[in-house]
Design a protein around this ligand. Structure first.
Ligand code: C5P
Length: 249
């Protein structure tokens, strides 16, 4: 059971040096299903850090949230596939054509070059964004309605899944019926955790119970006095939630 739960835990390597990142992979490799490399670490350490984490036997989620014209994002996606990442993401608000071309280019490249095809997932509404911030950028919808609209568009445009707030999982599952559609949820906080800049949060247990395929956790693990213990506590909570669910089924 813990094995299943550990595969659902993505730990964000939100640090500023290659050395800190590799130390975290050594410390947390046993408890993380996947490590996430985002803008900070990638900008500081470059693509070699992705290769080095993969060389340690870990799976990588490349979280660079590409958003540009379709040709540029599709080409960046091909390079992500060549790096060997298991998952990478693009912004759903880049539109249907950007998502469609990226999914197609990645599939073609993987087949042509005999590479494993990464899952391409779309960011819906950032978990730090609320209705006030959406209104400031000219989006009159609620974060929930905007997430549903973008999740549907992502599924229709060939995405393998979405990044969404844990609070939106149930509705995304209701409207997107595509088989094996992944939901990856950041904005997860242990019950007593500091929300930091995350606004629409849930606990790890609530998120897996709601149907998250993966939860992404950064600061609650990285800033803990003992990151390994903090990760294990989160895994335990996830495992208990999954066990309770299996028993009630
Ligand atoms: O520290 P914390 O647990 O809030 O980290 C969440 C991670 O997930 C960060 O690396 C952040 O960039 C990322 N993320 C997010 N919201 C999204 C997509 C990614 O918080 N919609």
């Amino acid at each position: 059971m813990t094995r299943v739960a550990s595969n659902k835990l993505i730990i964000a390597l939100d640090v500023d040096t290659r050395k800190k990142a590799l130390n975290l992979v050594d410390t947390l490799g046993e408890v993380a299903g996947v490590f996430k490399i985002g803008s900070q670490l990638f900008t500081a350490a470059g693509p070699d850090i992705v290769r080095e984490v993969i060389a340690k036997g870990a799976c990588v989620f490349l979280d660079l949230k590409f958003h540009d014209i379709p040709a540029t994002v599709a080409a960046a996606g091909v390079e992500a596939a060549r790096l060997g990442v298991s998952i990478f993401n693009i912004h759903a608000c880049g539109g249907r054509e950007m998502m469609r071309r990226t999914a197609a280019s990645v599939s073609e490249c993987a087949a042509r070059e005999n590479l494993p095809r990464p899952n391409v997932i779309a960011v819906t509404v950032l978990t730090s964004v609320d209705a006030v911030e959406l209104a400031q950028i000219g989006v009159p919808s609620s974060p929930e309605d905007e997430t549903i609209l973008l999740a549907k568009l992502a599924a229709e445009s060939g995405m393998d899944g979405v990044v969404a707030s844990p609070q939106d999982i149930t509705r995304v599952r209701q409207v997107v019926t595509k088989p094996n559609f992944l939901i990856v949820t950041p904005g997860v906080r242990p019950s007593a955790g500091n929300p930091n800049d995350q606004k629409r949060t849930m606990t790890p247990a609530q998120a897996v119970r709601a149907g998250a395929d993966y939860i992404v956790v950064g600061r609650p693990i990285l800033a803990a006095p003992d990151p390994f213990e903090a990760a294990k506590d989160i895994l335990r909570a996830m495992a208990n939630a999954l066990t309770a669910e299996a028993e009630s089924a």
